[in-house]
Design a protein around this ligand. Structure first.
Ligand code: ATP
Ligand code: MG
Length: 320
């Protein structure tokens, strides 16, 4: 079925990204709550229609670890993309990334994590879902994600973890790339090097594995792993990623967890594990004493902890 704007009741904004905003909407004909992403593009009608056609393969992206796609349409120069509403939001919000500590905080406190770390069994479940989702995209749809980061990993109050915003449309990627800003890069070193030399295709699926490693550290600690001095200076940040040592998971986590992340963050893409290898890694494979963790309870606790907490907008983080 085709959906359109007339069928939507807009209920409020869920968040803003670099390219537009995401609204919570109620789809009247089906009674389904949805998240509707608006992407503003300076493109002619035929290009916009091309994007809508390319997005159609999203109807085949049905897996427990992938946010469901309901349909897309255009109005003037905007693409509206409707997907499953995830009521717990993205992992950056659930783990306090950029959230000010309760009460007396100022923007300068953001370097230190505001709350205790994500417990290892929770981190294991989140990581396993991300890796299974990426393997599904690669094996079943022959696509790589291209934008793995905590804001693109969503959870609901059932405790489910799902990926969104993966690169299905070449045309859409091309239009967005031109306006790519973002103060925190999850791009692998080889991808940064390739783009600086204008070789857009020098990276492969193992570049997503790098982004998984970086995202896991950020989710675990509540902090983007490169130093805050680099937030305001894109060049310094990209230089640190390409030339510096890779960040590591703190030693409050098990040796298996730290080894898993270290393997994702190997600087040479050819030495990073495949998704199959990651799923067989001791951090994820086999049974663990704490496997009965209640993800729904964890996520509800986090939602309460960060509800109404003020968030520092990235562009406003001040550097001393
Ligand atoms: P970027 O623009 O670089 O992709 P982003 O992922 O933060 O950054 P958006 O994809 O526009 O930007 O999403 C904005 C916010 O909306 C996200 O951070 C997330 O918290 C929220 N969001 C997105 N999709 C959903 C969804 N399906 N359900 C609930 N919340 C969502
Ligand atoms: Mg997103």
């Amino acid at each position: 079925f085709k959906i359109n704007m007339d069928e939507m009741e807009v209920l409020g904004e869920l968040g803003k990204g670099n390219y537009g905003s995401v609204q919570k909407v109620f789809h009247r004909p089906t009674g389904v709550m949805m998240a509707m992403k608006e992407i503003r593009l300076e493109l002619d009608e035929s290009k916009l229609n091309g994007i809508i056609m390319e997005l159609d393969i999203l109807h085949r992206a049905v897996a427990p670890e992938i946010v469901e796609f309901y349909g897309a349409f255009t109005i003037e120069s905007c693409v509206y993309y409707c997907m499953e509403f995830m009521d717990a939001g993205s992992l950056d919000k659930l783990t306090g990334v950029r959230a000010l500590p309760a009460k007396t905080a100022t923007a300068n406190d953001t370097a230190a994590p505001a709350e205790p770390h994500v417990p290892e069994p929770v981190l294991r479940r989140i990581t396993a879902a991300i890796v299974r989702g990426l393997r599904f995209l690669k094996d079943e749809l022959q696509i790589m994600h291209r934008d793995v980061k905590p804001t693109n990993v969503l959870m609901n109050s059932k405790g489910e973890v799902k990926l969104c915003d993966f690169g299905v449309s070449g045309q859409l990627e091309k239009s967005l790339a031109k306006t790519n800003i973002g103060c925190q890069s999850y791009m692998a070193p080889e991808r940064i090097k390739g783009e600086s030399q204008n070789q857009v295709s020098t990276y492969t699926v193992s570049s997503d594995v790098w982004s998984v490693g970086l995202s896991i550290i950020e989710i675990a600690t509540g902090t983007y792993p490169y130093p805050p001095e680099t937030f305001a200076n894109v060049f310094a940040q990209l230089t640190a990623i390409v030339n510096g040592a890779a960040p590591t998971l703190p030693d409050t986590y098990s040796a298996e967890a730290r080894d898993f992340v270290a393997k994702c963050l190997l600087k040479d893409p050819n030495t990073r594990p495949t998704y199959a290898q990651l799923l067989e890694h001791p951090f994820l494979a086999g049974t663990h004493a704490d496997d009965d963790i209640d993800m729904a309870a964890w996520v509800t606790g986090q939602m309460e902890m960060y509800a109404n907490r003020q968030v520092v907008p990235l562009a406003h983080v001040e550097i001393e």
